[in-house]
Write a protein that binds this ligand. Structure first.
Ligand code: SDX
Length: 431
């Protein structure tokens, strides 16, 4: 972060305040408004459309150009040449691992995949049809009740151990949510399987017969996790940072991130896309739904389209579309009606002036649901899978925030539009 100059803000009767302008390594400069308080005013930016909440070296997005870099590496290169475990190491440590670092990192994760056996009791408190995200919020938040030995977030070794535990146990807990919904017994993790294969095993294996994960599907699932790993200061990551700024333990912060991710405008969109495609049903109905999306009097949104930052194609959507082809071809589902409908919907939307003028392109959620459904993962588990991939990003961002000397407890201000001071009114005097 380097000082580039200053901006001078004039306000009131000839007053002025100097606001430093800083540059990062790439991307837009920032105007430091911490001195803005001198004006007696606050900045006003609902949804933080023009506000940088922190400095970060983890992920870079160029929304206009449709670029996404993890620690400087383009997402397309990582999707083609890397895997989720390597990307986890990269996001957490800032550099690609060498062969020994990679082996040690993965071995350490594999040796933490089991959960305390008493944690299984938490599931019994939920109805069998509880949404997996409701269970994930509760059970991940409860992990702090089992790990009193490493909750001092000022100690790097405690943060590292908590990061390992979260990264290793979230897949186990997510799979347990699905097994509990279906009444199937929990499957213990297997340390001889890689991260993606182990999750598919815990989801779909049974104690009655051998389950051998399909390597093409494992690779596709691994890529889905990689594509979801981090994404700058999105709503759930900002939630994790804000929770962490109070000193809350990492398990509570990640549980807060899971809760924020659940919303249909955010991580819940992949589930909403599938439900919407099923509701549209047929290409002949696409025009009706496109018209609804364009109708200002209808709050209908075409799920999987648009993005707060990307005003070009989400680079993840292109990789996800390719992964869709691979999985559907492997499974002999290339004529999958939902996929054909999605391809047609994307084509029609991208030719429509409304979507072009508002720069609404397919985002990461548009195709991910179709891949997940083809993998046999139920729609209700889609956002839990998103959380599975994003946990490493949340942890990396939380770790960076805790270590940032500029960090203070997050405490936004407001523009008050309520009643000015007024006196209490006795009941008999009220109308
Ligand atoms: C994710 O932030 C991240 O990085 C998130 C994420 C991540 O990896 O963490 O990338 C993951 O959350 C992807 C987004 C998934 N959500 C959806 O697909 C839900 C559908 N999309 C919309 O809800 C919307 O596009 C948002 C929430 C994603 C972005 O909303 P913004 O930036 O607040 O934009 P907006 O709501 O102000 O919309 C701008 C205009 C509006 O029209 P006008 O009021 O200007 O006339 O575009 C319209 C909106 O009505 N619009 C849409 C639309 N999205 C925006 N119209 C129809 N369908 C849509 N999907």
């Amino acid at each position: 972060m380097k000082l580039k100059g200053k901006a001078v803000l004039s306000y009131g009767d000839g007053n002025a305040v100097e606001l430093p302008v800083y540059s990062g390594s790439i991307g837009p400069d920032v105007m430091d408004v911490r001195a803005f308080g001198q004006t007696g005013m606050f900045t006003y930016d609902p949804g933080f459309l023009s506000t940088a909440s922190c400095k970060s070296a983890i992920t870079y997005i160029d929304g206009e150009a449709g670029l996404l870099y993890y620690r400087g590496y383009p997402i397309e290169q990582l999707a083609d040449h890397s895997d989720f475990m390597e990307v986890c190491y990269l996001l957490l440590n800032g550099e690609l691992p060498n062969a020994q670092q990679r082996r040690d990192f993965e071995k350490n994760i594999r040796r933490h995949t089991m959960v305390h056996d008493q944690l299984t009791n938490f599931f019994k408190g939920f109805r069998r049809d509880a949404h997996p995200m409701a269970v994930m919020v509760g059970v991940v938040g409860a992990l702090s009740a089992f790990y009193h030995d490493a909750l001092n977030i000022t100690k790097p070794e405690h943060r590292a151990l908590s990061a390992t535990r979260l990264l290793a146990k979230v897949p186990t807990i997510a799979a347990m949510c699905y097994r509990y919904n279906t009444g199937l017994p929990f499957m213990y993790p297997r340390n001889d399987l890689n991260y993606a294969a182990n999750f598919l095993y815990m989801m779909f294996a049974t104690p009655c017969e051998e389950y051998i994960p399909n390597p093409v599907l494992v690779k596709a699932f691994d890529r889905i996790l990689l594509l979801h790993a981090d994404h700058e200061q999105n709503a759930s990551t900002s939630t994790v940072r804000l929770a962490g700024s109070s000193g809350a333990n990492p398990f509570a912060c990640i549980a807060a991130g899971i809760a924020a991710l659940w919303g249909p405008a955010h991580g819940g969109a992949n589930e909403a896309v599938l439900r919407q495609l099923s509701e549209i049903g047929d290409v002949s109905q696409v025009g009706k739904y496109i018209a609804r999306a364009k109708d200002k009097n209808d709050n209908f949104r075409l799920m999987g389209f648009g993005h707060r930052v990307y005003k070009n194609m989400d680079p993840r959507a292109g990789v996800m579309r390719r992964t869709c082809h691979e999985v559907l071809n492997e499974l002999g589902l290339h004529d999958d009606p939902l996929f054909q409908l999605a391809l047609k919907l994307e084509q029609i939307a991208l030719e429509d002036d409304y979507f072009i003028s508002k720069k609404l392109y397919p985002n990461v959620d548009f195709y991910s649901g179709i891949v997940l459904k083809a993998l046999g993962i139920p729609v209700s588990m889609f956002t839990a899978v998103f959380a599975l991939g994003r946990t490493v990003g949340w942890i990396s961002q939380w770790n960076e925030m805790v270590s940032d000397e500029d960090q203070k407890i997050g405490r936004p201000r407001q523009l008050y539009v309520g009643s000015a001071k007024r006196d209490w009114v006795p009941m008999d005097d009220r109308t």
